[in-house]
Design a protein around this ligand. Structure first.
Ligand code: FAD
Ligand code: MLT
Ligand code: ZN
Length: 510
C-alpha cells in the first residue's frame, strides 16, 4: 500500500531527521600493534618504517620530530611513522588501517601551526609524505605543474625557476613545507594578494580516500564544469577526508622585475591611508603589502632575521610596512615606486617617516627576511599562542591592544608570564597574526585568552582562522566562524568520506 502524500512527507521528514542524527562520533580507534607492524613491513621497504615497536624498537626520541608540532605546543605519542614511496603504498596502508580501525595522521613538512599534523595521542599511525617528492610533469607553455604531494615548496620553486615560472604560493616555511601540506591547509602566505588562494590555482588532485580508494582528480584543465568540483573539498580539509598524493597547479610566469621597500610609519593610523595610496599609485604591479608592528620588528632583529634597518630609519617608528612590486619592466616599476615614496614623504601630513628600497637581490631577500622571519623569531623568544584571524584592517591595532590590556588586567603581563603581545600580517588579505609570546604555556594564560580572542573576532564578524586552519587547536571554537547548520553539513561530508573516523582524528570538527 502506498502512503498518502501527507504521510509520505512526514516519513521523508522523519528519515531526513534520523539521517542527520546518525552522524555519530567516531568509534574507538585501535593503536598500532606488532602484528600491524608486520603487515606494514610486508608492503613497505624497511627504510620506510620508523617504529618503537618490535622488531624495529627505535628509541621514542627518534619519533619526536614526527610527534611534536613546529611550535612545540602539541605532542603525540605515536609508536609508528610510515614513509611510503608511491600512491599505491599509501592506498594499501590506508585500506589496512580502515579495516583495523587504526587512526591515520597525514603529515607533510610538519610546519603547521595549529597542531593538525601530529597525533592527538590515541595511537594513530603517522603517514609522512616526505618520500614522495617527484615532479611528474611541467608544461612551460601553460605553466601547469603536476607533482607528488611530498615535494617541498622550495624545491618546486627551484625546479620551475629556470623555465621562468614561480609558485603561486610562498611562505616562510617554504624550505620544509610540502605542496600537499600547503593544499591540505589551503595555505595563504605572501603571494595570495597577487595570485589568489589555492582554491583557484590548484587544478587537480590525486587523493587516497579513507578506505584506500585512489580518487584521480588530477586534471590539468583550467576549465571544467562537469558537476561538483570534488577537489575543493580536500583543499583546506587538513587531512580529515583523505591523503593528497598528487597536485596539479597553475604556476604564474616569473615577473621580469621585483622590488621591495620597507616603510617606517609614525603610527598605525597611517597604515590604511598608505594602503589606499599604494594601491592607487602602484596598481597592477603591487604584489605584497605586509604589516609588522614595532615589537615584531624588534624581535625579528633580536633573533637575527634579515638585516636591521639603520637606526635613523627605525627611530620613532610605531610599525612597518613591506611593499613588494612585481612587474614587467624594472625602470617602469622603480619609477612608480619612487613616485609613491615622493608622494608619501611630501604629503601635507606625512604618512611615513622613512622608506628603504632594496638595491640588490641580497637586500631584497634581507628585507623579506625581516617580515618572514617573525615566526621564527617569536618561537625563539618564547612559547607562542598564535591567533591567525581575519578582522577589518582598521581594527588590527585595537585587537592587539585590547588583548594586551586583558592580560594586564589578569596580572599576566611580565617577564615570567606574557612577554609580548604582537601583531603582524597580510594587510592586503585582511589577515592579522596576533601572537602572545609567553615564558611558558599555562592554563591561566590560555583561560585569559580563550574564548576572549574568539569573541573579539566574532564581534568583528571575522574568522578565527584566516589561513593556518583549525587543526586540534580551534575545534572547540569552530562555532565562532561557522553556523550550526554549516558544522552539521561538514560532519555529514566527513561521514560520507570517512565513516570509521580514521582520518586525522580529533582535527577540524568539534
Ligand atoms: P603539515 O604541517 O605536515 O600538515 C598540516 C596539515 O595538513 C595537517 O592537518 C596534516 O594532517 C595535513 N596534511 C599534510 N600533508 C597532507 C597530505 N599530503 N594530504 C592530506 N593532508 C595533509 N601558513 C600560511 O597559510 N601562510 C603563511 O604565511 C605561513 N607561514 C608560515 C611560516 C612558518 C615559519 C611556519 C612554520 C608555518 C607557516 N604557515 C603558514 C603554516 C602553514 O600551514 C604551513 O607552513 C604549511 O602550509 C603546511 O605544510 P606542511 O607540509 O608542513 O604540512
Ligand atoms: C606569517 O604570515 O608569517 C605566517 O602565517 C606564520 C605566522 O603566523 O607566524
Ligand atoms: Zn600568514
Amino acid at each position: 500500500m502506498f502512503p498518502t502524500r501527507q504521510a509520505a512527507r512526514r516519513l521523508a521528514l522523519q528519515s531526513s531527521r534520523r539521517w542527520s542524527h546518525s552522524v555519530a562520533p567516531s568509534p574507538r580507534l585501535n593503536p598500532v600493534t606488532e602484528k600491524d607492524l608486520a603487515y606494514f613491513s610486508s608492503i613497505l621497504q624497511p627504510s620506510s618504517i620508523l617504529s618503537t615497536l618490535s622488531p624495529s624498537k627505535l628509541p621514542a626520541s627518534e619519533l619526536d620530530p614526527y610527534n611534536t608540532d613546529w611550535i612545540g605546543r602539541y605532542k603525540g605519542t605515536s609508536t609508528t611513522v610510515l614513509r611510503p614511496r608511491t600512491t599505491q603504498e599509501v592506498s594499501e596502508i590506508v585500506k589496512y588501517c580502515n579495516e583495523k580501525r587504526i587512526g591515520v595522521v597525514p603529515q607533510g613538512g610538519n610546519t603547521g601551526l595549529v597542531g593538525g599534523s601530529v597525533p592527538t595521542g590515541s595511537g594513530e599511525v603517522v603517514v609522512n609524505l616526505g618520500n614522495m617528492s617527484n615532479v611528474r610533469h611541467f608544461d612551460a607553455v601553460s605553466g601547469i605543474l603536476v607533482a607528488d604531494a611530498g615535494c617541498v615548496l622550495q624545491s618546486l620553486t627551484d625546479y620551475i625557476a629556470p623555465q621562468n615560472h614561480i609558485m603561486p604560493v610562498d611562505l616562510g616555511a617554504k624550505g620544509s613545507c610540502q605542496i600537499g601540506g600547503n593544499v591540505a591547509t589551503n595555505a595563504g602566505g605572501l603571494r595570495l594578494m597577487r595570485y589568489g588562494s589555492l582554491h583557484g590555482t590548484v587544478l587537480g588532485l590525486e587523493v587516497v580516500l579513507p578506505d584506500g580508494t585512489i580518487l584521480d582528480l588530477l586534471s590539468t584543465l583550467r576549465k571544467d564544469n562537469t558537476g561538483y568540483d570534488l577537489k575543493q573539498l580536500f583543499i583546506g580539509a587538513e587531512g580529515t577526508l583523505g591523503i593528497i598524493t598528487g597536485v596539479s597547479i597553475l604556476t604564474p610566469p616569473a615577473p621580469q622585475a621585483s622590488n621591495n621597500v620597507i616603510l617606517a610609519l609614525p603610527s598605525f593610523e597611517c597604515v590604511l591611508p598608505l594602503f589606499k595610496t599604494a594601491k592607487r599609485q602602484l596598481s597592477e604591479i603591487m604584489s605584497a603589502f605586509e604589516y609588522i608592528d614595532r615589537t615584531a620588528y624588534d624581535l625579528a632583529v633580536k633573533h637575527g632575521q634579515g638585516r636591521a634597518l639603520n637606526d635613523e630609519d627605525v627611530e620613532g617608528a610605531a610599525c612597518f610596512v613591506l611593499i613588494e612590486t612585481s612587474g614587467g619592466k624594472r625602470e617602469h616599476d622603480e619609477e612608480k615606486l619612487n613616485e609613491l615614496l615622493e608622494t608619501l614623504m611630501t604629503a601635507d601630513k606625512p604618512i611615513i617617516n622613512t622608506g628603504v628600497m632594496s638595491q640588490t637581490p641580497a637586500q631584497f631577500a634581507s628585507m623579506w627576511a625581516l617580515r618572514e622571519g617573525v615566526t621564527e623569531a617569536v618561537s625563539k623568544e618564547g612559547k607562542a599562542y598564535k591567533y591567525d584571524i581575519s578582522v577589518p584592517l582598521s581594527s588590527f591595532k585595537d585587537v592587539v591592544d585590547v588583548t594586551r590590556e586583558r592580560l594586564r588586567e589578569k596580572g599576566l603581563l611580565g617577564p615570567k608570564a606574557v612577554k609580548h603581545v604582537i601583531g603582524y600580517g597580510h594587510v592586503g588579505d585582511g589577515n592579522l597574526h596576533l601572537n602572545v609570546v609567553a615564558d611558558a604555556y599555562t592554563p591561566e594564560i590560555e583561560a585569559a585568552l580563550e574564548p576572549f580572542v574568539y569573541e573579539l573576532v566574532a564581534k568583528y564578524k571575522g574568522s578565527i582562522s584566516a589561513e593556518h586552519g583549525v587543526g586540534v587547536m580551534k575545534t572547540h571554537a569552530l562555532h565562532y566562524s561557522k553556523s550550526n547548520t554549516a558544522i552539521e553539513m561538514m560532519k555529514r561530508i566527513k561521514q560520507v568520506f570517512d565513516p570509521n573516523g580514521i582520518m586525522n582524528p580529533g582535527k577540524v570538527l568539534p
